[in-house]
Write a protein that binds this ligand. Structure first.
Ligand SMILES: [Zn+2]
Length: 299
C-alpha cells in the first residue's frame, strides 16, 4: 500500500494573533440530539456524551479513484485538495506547537460507498455523488459520516460524500460557484471530530454561500477546536497509515454474502454512526443520525 504522510507545511496560514474570544467551536460527541440538550451558548453543541477523536491522533484518507466525471474533477485532484485541506488543520498553531495529529494519504480506492466494516479492511473515502443524492435536501453540499466507539468516542472510520449531482462545484479562482476547496476544508473539520460552530466567521459554521471562498482559511475558532481535540506535545511518530482492520481499495462484503454474523451499528459491538452536512446559507441544516431502520433529520 502506498501512503504519503502529510507534512505540516502550511503553518499558520492566515491565522496570526487574533483577539481572544469565547470558544464557539463544538466537538462531535457520542450523544444524539434526542438524548442530550444543546448547550446554552450554541445550539450545535450538545451537553453530554463523549467527544470524538481519532485514537492516537492517527488517521488516513483516500480519494475515490473515479472523482466526479459530471463536474470534471478527477480522483487525483480530489486527493490533492483533501491533502491540502487537512494540512491546514494539522498546521495550525496551538500556542507554539501544532496539534498532535498525523495524517496519511492512502492510495485511491475503487470503493464508492459510505461504509464501515466491523471485521474486514476499510478506507476513509472522499467521494462524489454524480448520479443520486440519497440524503434528501438538495441544499446539502456534502456529508461526512463518522463511525465511532460509543463507549470511548474513538473514531473508527470517516467517509465524505460530496453532492456533485446537485451542486455546481468549481475548482480554482475563476467563475466560482460552490467552491470545492471551501467545502473540503469544512468537511475535513468534521472528518477530524469537529461539529458545527456558532462562530459565523469559522470554517465550521454550518452554512455556505455560493461564490464565497472564506471557508478555505481556518479562523481562530477553528484553531481552538482542533487544538482542543488534539493538544500539542503528544508523540505521533509511531502512527500507522493503516485504517481499522486493515486497508482495502474495494468495498467490504455484505454480511449476508459472507454468510456470517456481523452486528449492526449500535449493536453489541458498541459502534455508532453520525453524519454531518454543510448546507447552503441560511438553511439550518444540522446533523443527521443514522441507525438501523431510522433516518431522522435532527435539525
Ligand atoms: Zn458541516
Amino acid at each position: 500500500m502506498r501512503a504519503d504522510r502529510i507534512s505540516a507545511l502550511l503553518v499558520a496560514l492566515g491565522l496570526g494573533l487574533t483577539a481572544r474570544h469565547a470558544a464557539a467551536f463544538c466537538r462531535t460527541t457520542t450523544c444524539s440530539p434526542n438524548e442530550c440538550q444543546p448547550t446554552a451558548g450554541c445550539s450545535y453543541c450538545l451537553d453530554g456524551g463523549l467527544p470524538l477523536y481519532w485514537p492516537g491522533g492517527c488517521a488516513s484518507f483516500s480519494a475515490q479513484v473515479t472523482g466526479s466525471p459530471l463536474r470534471g474533477i478527477s480522483g487525483a485532484l480530489t486527493g490533492e485538495l483533501v491533502k491540502t485541506a487537512l494540512a491546514k488543520w494539522i498546521g495550525v498553531d496551538c500556542g507554539g506547537a501544532p496539534p498532535s495529529l498525523a495524517l496519511f494519504q492512502t492510495q485511491d480506492v475503487v470503493c464508492d460507498q459510505q461504509e464501515y466494516n466491523q471485521d474486514s479492511p476499510n478506507a476513509n473515502v472522499w467521494m462524489y455523488r454524480d448520479d443520486a443524492w440519497p440524503y434528501g435536501s438538495s441544499s446539502t453540499l456534502a456529508l461526512t459520516t463518522v463511525t465511532f466507539n460509543v463507549k470511548t468516542g474513538e473514531i473508527y472510520d470517516a467517509d465524505v460524500e460530496v453532492n456533485s449531482l446537485q451542486v455546481p462545484l468549481t475548482v480554482g479562482d475563476v467563475a466560482i460557484q460552490a467552491d470545492l476547496d471551501s467545502i473540503v476544508t469544512h468537511e475535513a473539520g468534521h472528518f477530524l471530530g469537529l461539529s458545527h460552530s456558532c462562530d459565523k466567521q469559522a470554517t465550521m459554521y454550518v452554512s455556505y454561500q455560493f461564490g464565497e471562498t472564506g471557508l478555505r482559511s481556518l479562523e481562530a475558532d477553528d484553531t481552538q477546536g482542533i487544538c482542543a481535540i488534539y493538544p500539542p506535545g503528544k508523540d505521533v511518530s509511531q502512527c500507522s497509515p493503516i485504517p481499522r482492520h486493515g486497508f482495502s481499495i474495494d468495498c467490504g462484503v455484505e454480511p449476508e454474502e459472507k454468510g456470517c454474523c456481523s452486528t449492526a451499528p449500535g449493536g453489541p459491538s458498541g459502534s455508532g454512526t453520525w453524519a454531518m452536512g454543510l448546507g447552503l446559507s441560511a438553511l439550518a441544516l444540522g446533523a443527521l443520525r443514522r441507525r438501523p431502520g431510522v433516518r431522522a433529520k435532527a435539525r
